[in-house]
Design a protein around this ligand. Structure first.
Ligand SMILES: O=C(O)CCC(=O)C(=O)O
Length: 276
């Protein structure tokens, strides 16, 4: 696994709100990650780790359009020891911290995202406004576990939109351009498609407008996204990926520092330790 990002990648990420990280994983690692993720994905009976817990209603309801955008699971790291090893890798945490300019990074969630054959496009949206904290330097590393192409729905970004630091959002639904009604100025910017071969990744700031095309092929597009939040982020009252019971125990303003839910995967203060 590549352990660092180049200055060019950091500059590109900071300026545009996204960057393509080629060859983050080597050929053996791609195979191992794909095997671990697809097997954990297959073992899951629902989107979330706890079968008996109450999650936000959106995730248990049926959605005609959204259900055909991608198949997803959240936090496979909690139910699969193999995926846990990958998602909690300190080297990736360090890359995330370098890009974010943060001293420490926690896992907010992982999300296996399989765009099935002939799946709908992913409407343009922002990430952070869905989440249970507010931060302008949260980010997602989205790993291509199969080649992500323009034909099968690679990610697509509206450069520079993160610099506006706006939190109004739309649902991922049928109107793929709904976000541009909220931010008419962004309509003037040409989106950038980011195809990336398996083993590469794209990284985006959680406030960068992005979406993905339809899968026009008879093959799955397989990815796992890891969302990192800066250490020190505080609960904003949104349930998002937490259970109803967890939310009942939290107050707005609480630090999100529960190691069982949001583990610290990198801290600059302990970075003299050898990387695992
Ligand atoms: O995989 C997709 O189609 C969308 C992914 C996405 O929006 C994200 O990871 O933030």
């Amino acid at each position: 696994m590549r352990e660092t990002v180049t200055e060019q990648e950091v500059n590109c990420y900071r300026r545009n709100g996204f960057a393509v990280l080629r060859d983050l994983l080597d050929a053996d690692e791609v195979l191992a990650w794909r095997q671990a993720v697809t097997s954990a994905f297959g073992d899951r009976t629902g989107i979330f780790p706890k079968a008996d817990a109450e999650y936000a209603p959106f995730f248990t309801e049926e959605h005609d359009y959204h259900d055909k955008v991608f198949s997803q699971t959240v936090n496979l790291w909690m139910t699969s020891p193999e995926v846990r090893e990958l998602v909690l890798d300190r080297r990736l945490g360090r890359i995330a911290a370098t890009l974010a300019g943060a001293d420490g990074m926690r896992i907010y969630l992982d999300q296996a995202l399989v765009k099935e054959p002939f799946a709908n496009p992913t409407a343009f949206h922002l990430d952070v406004p869905y989440w249970a904290f507010k931060a302008s330097n949260a980010l997602t590393i989205w790993f291509a576990l199969s080649d992500a192409t323009v034909e099968n729905g690679c990610l697509c970004y509206v450069p520079g939109t993160h610099l506006d630091e706006r939190y109004d959002n739309v649902a991922i639904d049928q109107d793929i351009g709904a976000l541009f009604k909220v931010y008419p100025d962004w309509k003037k910017i040409d989106p950038v498609f980011c195809p990336v071969p398996a083993g590469g990744a794209v990284v985006h700031n959680g406030l960068t407008a992005h979406g993905a095309g339809a899968n026009m092929t008879p093959h799955q597009r397989i990815a796992i996204a890891i969302a990192y939040m800066p250490d020190g982020a505080r609960f904003n009252g949104a349930q998002d990926v937490y259970t109803k019971e967890q939310v009942a125990r939290m107050a707005v303003g609480d630090l999100l520092d529960d190691e069982e839910q949001n583990p610290l995967v990198f801290s600059a203060s302990s970075d003299d330790l050898p990387v695992a």
